[in-house]
Design a protein around this ligand. Sequence first.
Ligand code: GDP
Ligand code: IMO
Ligand code: MG
Length: 426
Amino acid sequence: MMKADILLGLQWGDEGKGKIVDVLTPRYDMVARFQGGPNAGHTLEFEGKHFVLRSIPSGIFQDNQINIIGNGVVLDPILFQEEAQSLESNGVDLKRVLKISRKAHLILPTHRLLDKAYEQLKGSTKIGTTGKGIGPTYTDKISRDGIRVGDIQKDFETKYAIAKKRHLTLLKACGMEVTDLELEPKWFEGIQYLKQFELIDSEFYVNNALRDGKRVLGEGAQGSLLDIDFGSYPFVTSSNTVCAGACTGLGLAPSRIGEVYGIFKAYCTRVGSGPFPTELFDETGNTIRRIGHEYGAVTGRERRCGWIDLVALRYTIMLNGVTQLIMMKSDVLDAFPVVKACDAYEVNGVVTHDFPFSISHDVKPIYTEMKGWNTDLSHMTDESQFPKEFLDYIHFLEQHLGVPITIVSIGPDRQQTIFRNKTQQS
Ligand code: GDP
Ligand code: IMO
Ligand code: MG
């Protein structure tokens, strides 16, 4: 029996997961999203084209791979239809290659409103969610009030009416009186559209594929520092973004997990509120944002930028059992005279190398400074071309993280990807 490999983000999301899933897909027969929903925005660039995927796995542009939306995902029929039709108009034979778990939960129009209402109630302590109804949908799942994709095949109208009524009561209690649900017609249109896809029991589908010798890649959304259990709570998303989420989100036994690809940027970013120890508020932060185009793939929101945080990365590498590291956006640091990496925190005057319970207050990053490489990496095709200072940076990270960096990304395009130690890869 084969094992499934998992690719997931080790920081606060937007590490470049979409690009690398697309690059790795030719090695697999199946790509499966295991959690999150349209809060994700996964960017792919190839042959001069640019796509942002939200709910559909990033394996969709390669040849014949099957793509699966797993049970751990929350799906908005309106956004799904928009995304799917745009892919279809770009020539993707979506209904043939995309299958959706019956156990995935549906995002209702009222979930989006509840997301907004809860944020308003929080006021200055708001999370800065993407406003896509993610939290309220997972809340309903856990409180056993959710509606699943498979429900659209039976007694759907009744289930919808019950959920809607409950949500309208909640909204009223939050001071948001809703009389007209503007999105409802489009939502029902989306439900009809969804019926054109093959709805599957993805846990059987994935496990049978592994039994038959097929290679499966699990695609994470968000990043480990946004995980509901281990992230910077409460400024997190509402799902388990760590590797364990692939087990529950696809029906994979832990013994069925193979390689775990942990992906991170050569620096660090975060969107929305919440603590970020290495955040830069100066010109350096602005320069990273400008060169790295650090604006949300979907919302356009400014991403907060800072130096790489090895304390946090060691923590997320541990949580996920990462076996290979992938470093993204190395080219963004090309022109910096000095690059810094935070290898320890000073918390209340005590130096720690371990990620503390709270990173909200009094966490001072301690940096190691290295000479920059001052070289354009973006056209390179082999690691033998890497300048010494960049190799020094890679080796420093590998030494402090304890896991090899096997892939280095030097630009947004599919081709700007360098596989290291080629002999070991194949
Ligand atoms: P994801 O959510 O993890 O898939 O990442 P996003 O798509 O939200 O954000 C990553 C952004 O960085 C996208 O705009 C990518 O096109 C871009 N990108 C990915 N890899 C690289 C890289 O190596 N260099 C540069 N300059 N941009 C990259
Ligand atoms: P990808 O998959 C970056 C952040 C939001 C907010 C918090 C909670 O593209 O990496 P939510 O809408 O999930 O309730 O918002 O999580 N967030 C992301 N940040 N990348 C993402 O996805 C994110 N998905 C959610 O900004 O701080
Ligand atoms: Mg993104």
